[in-house]
Design a protein. Structure first.
Length: 266
């Protein structure tokens, strides 16, 4: 009898060991956004975040920069913004902006300029104060989650989950109607840092970080930046539309594109 119980115990432990191993394996980070990444010749690299935000947003930008700098492959540093009133992109860095963009349907957007298929050359994030000044979104939690998420997109991260009604995953790369949770979705989590390590587990023979891109690509980028990229009509074709998530692709020619990642207001 004891021998039989011992064998049953071993089978029980083996079954649940296999279950937890499979669950851990399935939980591996896998939320790269299209393989897009900054080209660089070594890790960790430092990416400049241009501060074009108002004083009401400075604290949230500081927290997001500090959070993402905990990654083992990249650091961020806040520098003076060069985006101006239109939040134009600047080669080799990310411009972070906020203003009243109007009740146009979007709460926040992240835009990246791509060359050669996957290499990010510049990025922009925009927080729409037309909505953040309303009762529904005028909270520290909503502001922290959205600015953290939009900056995360400019590194090449996708969302971990896009269903607003699901339980929080404890990361700003998770959509939710309740940023406070629990758990809170105000900061990156271990899966985000793990995915960054996967995205940047190689180096390139050149760098797009803090660099001026080629003249043709630069001219195309400036042409696009000079237009109203706050307006969905300037974002190009819709390539993804899911609930309150959308991605647009605008082809600039010669292997250059702009991608716009949108979080819609409810």
């Amino acid at each position: 009898m004891m021998h039989r119980k011992f064998l049953l115990s071993l089978l029980f432990l083996a079954f649940f060991g296999l279950f937890f191993f499979s669950a851990a394996k399935d939980a591996k980070a896998s939320h790269s956004w299209g393989g897009y990444h900054w080209a660089r010749t070594s890790n960790p690299f430092t990416l400049k975040l241009g501060d074009n935000v108002s004083g009401a947003w400075d604290g949230f930008l500081g927290v997001a920069s500090s959070d993402w700098t905990q990654s083992s492959v990249l650091d961020t540093t806040i520098v003076s913004g060069q985006g101006g009133k239109s939040c134009k992109a600047t080669s080799g860095r990310v411009e972070v902006c906020n203003k009243k963009y109007g009740f146009n349907g979007w709460l926040g957007i992240a835009q990246i300029w791509i060359t050669g298929g996957t290499h990010i050359t510049q990025g922009v994030t925009k927080m729409n104060d037309s909505y953040f000044n309303t009762q529904a979104y005028n909270t520290p939690s909503w502001k922290q989650m959205v600015i953290c998420q939009e900056i995360g997109h400019t590194f090449g991260l996708d969302h971990q989950d896009e269903a607003f009604g699901n339980s929080n995953l404890g990361t700003c790369m998770d959509y939710t109607d309740n940023p406070d949770g629990p758990p809170s979705n105000l900061h990156p989590n271990a899966h985000d840092y793990e995915e960054l390590g996967i995205i940047y587990n190689h180096t390139d023979s050149f760098s797009t970080v803090n660099q001026t891109i080629g003249q043709v690509a630069k001219n195309l980028g400036q042409l696009a930046a000079s237009q109203n990229l706050d307006n969905p009509g300037e974002w190009g074709r819709l390539v993804k539309d899911s609930d309150r998530v959308a991605i647009y692709e605008r082809d600039l020619g010669l292997g250059n594109k702009i991608f716009t990642f949108v979080i819609r207001a409810e």
